[in-house]
Design a protein. Structure first.
Length: 428
């Protein structure tokens, strides 16, 4: 499921953890998001072509193999030996790498490797048909035995998931076409590029939904680009106090797989047609903290979201991903770094104590700090400037001295993001 309001960036899988082997940054340097592939942490979009596709798949393959635990690796290599398809030409080796990535993802079933599978699927999209690759590589039986899924493994859980939402006071809205509670709020216009890695996206609009009985509400963000077929419609619904949240996207089941549908089609659809969040795009890796929305105060989008609730959400609160906490790959939130809200960024934001390497850091914190936060500091279209982020000595560029009151909180945030000890700049 596409994250509703934020550009995806560096992934939680990048550095590895626990019993995983450490993968190099070079081999794990890609993430799939919003219909494209991006380098991390630079956020530069990769222009995929026939000239580089095989090399990119090879890099993803190396990343996936490096991230397997010892037990998973042993099973993976034993099953990979049973593949009988050709792998001598560059294209055949690329196909073999793709199939082995699918195999590894099925065996490991970790967020880290599943996300790399998403990169691989994006790389072959429009190049070859996946079913044909699997057939040529003689991989059908092996993938079935491994438990591989084309992306529809939670299809039977949709009704129960949505019932969990409504039972907890989180609305599951009717279709845009039939439910009068949906209200168009506004086009974001020039604000569109603030929120996304794909800064060339220039068309987005916001809709809201309020449930009269429970007081719960939803915010839907429609994103599109005139010369791009894919359109993204992300919807987040929450109870009146934003303690619980449910996530939806314009993706439906299509046979054994899933497909994204247009905004025009989506408007006519019941939300019961939509996929289970775990068959989507990992919204849980960026939507964290005291509330499920990622918005910048003072922007058009921020003001729309703020208009939907009355009481300020405590910075110490930790919202719950409703009905998504079960294994495998449970969606979990984190406690606040500074639940007392003692200063700087923490005065307003209940930012989560994420694990090191979390995509929340580059995808939310660093982007916000250099685009819209603190409010009123950055111009509407920021020009080149020193990054509002501490260096390895905890220091900031001299030109940022007017923002000195934010420095300690940013140092603490960097510590959470990197897993390194806090370092206070001796000269600031």
């Amino acid at each position: 499921m596409a994250a509703l309001l934020v550009a995806l960036a560096i992934a939680a899988w990048w550095f590895g953890s626990g019993t995983e082997k450490t993968a190099s940054a070079d081999s794990c340097g890609l993430i799939a998001a919003y219909g494209g592939i991006f380098e991390v942490p630079s956020l530069v979009e990769v222009n995929v072509s026939d000239a580089n596709r095989a090399a990119l798949l090879k890099g993803v393959h190396s990343c996936v193999e490096a991230k397997l635990t010892a037990d998973a690796s042993a099973r993976y290599h034993a099953m990979a030996e049973r593949l009988r398809g050709p792998d001598t030409s560059a294209n055949e080796q690329a196909e073999r790498n793709f199939v082995e990535i699918e195999l590894a993802a099925a065996i490991a079933n970790t967020d880290a490797i599943v996300q790399q599978r998403q990169v691989a699927r994006q790389l072959v999209r429009g190049w070859l048909v996946v079913d044909e690759i699997i057939k040529r590589q003689g991989a059908g039986a092996v993938l079935v035995e491994s438990g591989a899924s084309a992306g529809a493994s939670h299809r039977d859980e949709v009704a129960a998931y949505q019932k969990n939402c409504t039972d907890a006071g989180v609305p599951v809205p009717g279709s845009f076409a039939t439910d009068p509670a949906w209200t168009f709020r506004e086009h974001l216009g020039s604000d569109t590029a603030i929120y996304f890695v794909r800064s060339d996206w220039n068309d987005s609009e916001v809709w809201t939904y309020k449930d009269a009985a429970s007081g719960g509400f939803c915010v839907a963000l429609v994103r599109r680009k005139a010369d791009r077929d894919e359109q993204f419609v992300g919807t987040i619904c929450t109870d009146s106090s934003q303690q619980k949240a449910c996530f939806f996207d314009n993706v439906i089941y299509d046979g054994a797989s899933t497909k994204r549908i247009s905004w025009e089609d989506f408007q006519k659809r019941s939300f019961s047609d939509l996929v289970h969040p775990k068959d989507g795009d990992f919204c849980n890796l960026c939507h964290l903290g005291n509330n499920p929305f990622i918005v910048h105060p003072g922007t058009a989008l921020g003001m729309v979201v703020r208009s939907m609730y009355a009481a300020k959400v405590p910075v110490s609160q930790k919202f719950e991903f409703l009905g998504l906490g079960d294994s495998p790959s449970p969606w979990t939130n984190f406690d606040a770094i500074d639940p007392q809200g003692t200063g700087g960024c923490f005065s307003c934001h209940g930012l989560p104590q994420v694990t090191s390497g979390s995509k929340f850091c580059a995808g939310v914190i660093e982007m916000a700090a250099n685009r819209t936060m603190p409010p009123g500091y950055w111009p509407a279209k920021p020009t080149d400037h020193a990054p509002l982020w501490p260096d390895n000595h905890g220091c900031f560029a001299e030109e940022l001295s007017p923002l000195a009151k934010y420095f300690p909180s940013l140092v603490k945030l960097k510590s959470a993001c990197t897993g390194m000890a806090e370092v206070a700049c001796p000269s600031q």
